[in-house]
Ligand binder design. Structure first.
Ligand code: FMN
Length: 104
């Protein structure tokens, strides 16, 4: 199955994760599907359509050494088929150490 689109999916209260996943998505040079921003409170309950046929770049920040609990809760609601995914965690920018991203 050829992948023809890239979709960013993220939880990002202060937008760093959003910027990083968008930069990674641009780097694929694939046309972009509508981003799925899981940050607004209503995204904790809104019905999410099953995704298919796009490369998903999924990002969340680290809080207290772990994926932010609310991000994990919202991401557990995602459903997809035939959807390869890149997972991005963003952390740091505390104590003037700068910000880093890890990609799985
Ligand atoms: C409540 C809270 C806890 C955090 N805990 C950590 C941490 O344990 N380790 C770390 O490196 N960064 C930590 N950070 C920094 C965030 O991971 C970092 O600022 C991230 O870029 C925020 O993502 P966002 O801009 O997409 O919201 C924490 C930030 C907040 C607000």
């Amino acid at each position: 199955m050829p992948i023809e689109l890239v979709r960013t999916i993220f939880f990002s209260p202060t937008r760093t994760t959003a910027r990083i996943v968008e930069a990674i998505a641009r780097g694929t040079q694939l046309p972009a599907a509508e981003p799925l921003d899981l940050t607004p409170p209503e995204m904790g309950t809104r019905r999410l359509a099953e995704m298919r046929d796009a490369l998903a770049i999924i990002g969340a920040p680290v809080y207290g050494g772990r994926i932010a609990a609310e991000a994990a809760r919202r991401m557990r609601r995602l459903r997809a088929r035939e959807t390869p995914a890149g997972i991005v965690v963003v952390y740091g920018n505390r104590g003037l150490r700068g910000c880093a991203a890890g990609v799985a």
